[in-house]
Design a protein around this ligand. Structure first.
Ligand code: G4P
Length: 193
């Protein structure tokens, strides 16, 4: 709770809302990394999932990696990050799922080597933002392709008004967002509590 309050305050103080419903938090998350703060974020994620038998964290390049690394440090598990493949150069040894990002206005294949994810894995997925949920859906698809068990997701900032998180919750996926934005405009931002 203390960390969540601190995250909300940091978003209000340092975040900038750009046209297109994009929240810019480059000062601590997406460009410069506030290492102490992101370590606290990782600790919070490890607390949320402390009763679950997690043995792997899955994320996607690039900004998810730092958060996943921080959580993994406290949970003592490895991190696997999906790579974004622009060519459809699919090899037999890869799980692959197509992702279209409205935010970045691009399409790519999220790919993970079969060497690093399999049916014995009990996974949480960690990422920086959840908007429409396309990236998260791609990662869930990869967990399913691997026959691994998905224990839940942990997201730093969810934009609740874009519905990706609620759609997953309705499907029974555990989605834990540290900051959940209810609404935002260039001069006001509110959280769902
Ligand atoms: P989308 O389908 O609406 O685009 O959203 P999705 O939830 O799939 O997120 C796609 C990517 O867009 C993610 O990047 C996410 O971090 C980024 N994103 C979505 N909304 C925002 C926002 O308001 N602010 C910022 N800063 N990023 C946002 P990613 O795949 O994790 O890649 P990367 O950007 O970390 O490299």
């Amino acid at each position: 709770m203390v960390f969540i309050k601190a995250l909300e305050e940091k978003i209000l103080k340092e975040g900038k809302v750009l046209p297109g419903n994009v929240l810019k938090v480059d000062g601590f998350l997406n460009h410069r990394i506030d290492v102490g703060f992101i370590m606290e974020m990782g600790k919070e994620i490890s607390e949320i999932y402390k009763n679950e038998p997690v043995n792997k964290i899955l994320t996607i390049e690039s900004s998810g990696i730092a958060i996943a690394f921080a959580a993994a440090t406290y949970m003592n598990v490895p991190v696997v990050f999906a790579k974004k493949n622009k060519s459809s150069n699919i090899s037999d040894n890869l799980y692959s799922s197509p992702v279209t990002s409205f935010t970045h206005k691009n399409t790519y294949d999220a790919v993970v080597s079969k060497d690093f994810l399999g049916k014995d894995d009990r996974v949480i997925i960690v990422d920086d933002f959840l908007a429409r949920g396309n990236a998260l859906n791609g990662l869930i698809d990869i967990v399913n392709q691997a026959g691994a068990e998905l224990l839940g997701c942990a997201i730093a900032i969810e934009k609740g008004f874009q519905n990706g998180g609620d759609a997953l919750r309705e499907q029974g996926v555990r989605v834990e967002s540290l900051a959940l934005i209810e609404s935002m405009t260039e001069d006001s931002l509110t959280f769902r509590r």
